[in-house]
Design a protein around this ligand. Structure first.
Ligand code: SF4
Length: 503
């Protein structure tokens, strides 16, 4: 399962933004490893706005290992304002042409812009058709391209419109999640958080300087007060002053619960809630549902790394030993495991400590089950190779019963485990018998999931302000609701060829 992208934006009184941007992108590497890039503004440069992007991790894309090439990149692309992006693809190809930021060149400086975006446009197909009727063509079939054309349409004519009007118009067209970092050759920079606030966006204003990033972890070393941009708000830097404005009404919030469960960095805070503390509370809530009585042979083992805080608090709560029975191999690299089968992938990705696991009753804590294939392999290795006596699965997120159309790469029902056992439209009450069947399918001795109430209590954001669509089938946007119907149809018709419901 993958997140799709992290963004960053910096505006300073002096040059040097390239170093800030690279530091912020590295801190957000967990949000995307396919490509990295920056667009910067430099009034001393003939090319006022310029973009560098490449495939790979930030250090690969920017050639950290080759000092001559790295220094050339820094020299050419430094500036006083800049935006940056790390990408994981939820739509489109994996080549450098799909990397962000996306720059659109124009002779007129306020029409010459670049932007980077985090999210997913749920009404992609409808908007693509609308553009086609106006003789636009998406050459890469990317939602980034689509946003670029809709922004460019706002600049048609000779009248220069304020940026808040441009993004207000955009918000009337787009359905989905879209946090955007924007820069133009007229020395303006803006960051926006979409009106439902699916994805996080943090910032620091220090005098005339602005530092903004998807996640607060990217801003911690500035040691200034980090704030969260509210849904429907934007920050604009022009004439060397930073202004916070509302560009769209926010009828409701729909903060993605998965950021707390899995995606966000444990050091980050989203809307003032610590991710680490939320995960710790998820473990405590899960422990309330425990029926097993631990004995001296019982150990609590997390699936690393995200489940560690939940497993620690869970172990404390039930009074069992916490042990790291498997360790994640951090140096494996994406390419090496791509295309390998699930068994090989799990074996390459994790090292299992047989000495710790042998003969034990293992309570295995994982953050979530999407497809179930990795979980099943882990359970089998712990039982069969490491000779554990029993493996009891405990999941800190409630069952995922429905797809996501807002930026998480699970967009069809067919790729989820749960819809094979429960009706996705009616999955709030799931019987004990069903959980027993799923435990058996996963080779586990028992299975307990978090409850939705437990999740909401742990996150400490009111239920009505969270997106829980993949747990409930209740989507916060009209297009999400339409796509869910389409996903159900595809699922019932066994349309295995459908890769992504919104394409
Ligand atoms: S559907 Fe699930 S994963 Fe997608 S935004 Fe909503 S809560 Fe997050």
């Amino acid at each position: 399962m993958h997140e799709n992208c992290g963004i960053a934006a910096v505006s300073k009184n002096e040059k040097g933004v390239i170093h800030d941007l690279l530091g912020m992108l590295i801190q957000q590497q967990h949000r995307g490893q396919l490509s990295a890039g920056v667009s910067t503004y430099n009034s001393e440069r003939q090319q006022l706005l310029d973009t560098y992007k490449n495939l790979g991790l930030v250090n690969e894309a920017f050639k950290f290992r080759y000092s001559t090439e790295f220094n050339k990149i820094v020299e050419r692309y430094d500036g006083t304002k800049g935006i940056g992006h790390v990408r994981y693809a939820t739509s489109g190809a994996n080549d450098v042409g799909a990397a962000q930021p996306f720059e659109r060149h124009h002779g007129r400086i306020w029409k010459w812009f670049s932007f980077a975006f985090n999210g997913n446009i749920a009404n992609f197909s409808e908007l693509k058709e609308e553009l086609a009727r106006e003789q636009y063509r998406l050459v890469r079939n990317l939602d980034t391209e689509l946003i670029m054309h809709f922004i460019a349409k706002e600049f048609i004519g000779t009248l220069r419109r304020p940026l808040e009007e441009v993004f207000a118009s955009l918000s009337r067209v787009l359905d989905g999640a879209y946090n955007i970092a924007f820069i133009n050759a007229a020395n303006q920079l803006a960051v926006i958080r979409d009106p439902l606030g699916f994805k996080p966006l943090s910032f620091i204003v220090d005098g005339n300087n602005l530092f903004a990033a998807s996640e607060s972890v990217a801003l911690t070393h500035y040691e200034k007060k980090i704030k969260s941009l509210k849904p429907g708000e934007m920050l604009i830097v022009e004439n060397e002053s930073v202004e916070r404005k509302r560009f769209a009404k926010s009828k409701r919030k729909a903060v993605c619960m998965f950021e707390f469960v899995y995606f966000a960095h444990p050091i980050s805070e989203i809307d003032n809630i610590s991710i680490y503390n939320a995960r710790w509370r998820l473990g405590k809530e899960l422990a309330k549902r425990e029926s097993l009585k631990p004995d001296k042979n019982t150990i609590v083992v997390p699936v690393p790394d995200t489940a560690k805080p939940a497993a620690t608090s869970y172990a404390l709560e039930i009074g069992a030993e916490f042990k790291e029975g498997l360790i994640r191999n951090k140096y494996i690299g994406r390419t090496f495991i791509e295309g390998t089968n699930r068994t090989a992938l799990v074996r390459e990705k994790y090292s299992f400590n047989k000495r710790i696991l042998k003969g034990k009753n293992v309570i295995l804590i994982d953050d979530s089950i999407v497809r179930g294939t990795t979980t099943k392999e882990i359970v089998k290795i712990i039982k069969e190779k490491c000779k554990a006596k029993s493996v009891h699965l405990r999941i800190s997120c409630p069952p995922i019963v429905a797809p996501c159309f807002y930026g998480i790469d699970m967009t069809t029902l067919g790729e989820l485990l749960m819809p094979n056992y429960v009706d996705p439209e009616n999955a709030i009450e799931i019987s004990e018998k069903t959980f027993e069947k799923i435990a058996k399918e996963l080779s586990a001795d028992s299975l307990i999931y978090q409850s939705i109430e437990g999740l909401v209590d742990a996150i400490k954001i009111p239920k009505r302000e969270l997106c829980l669509a993949c747990l409930t089938g209740d989507y916060p946007t009209p297009c999400g609701r339409r796509l869910f119907k389409k996903a159900l149809e595809n699922f019932h018709n066994n349309s295995v060829t459908v890769k992504r419901t919104y394409e």
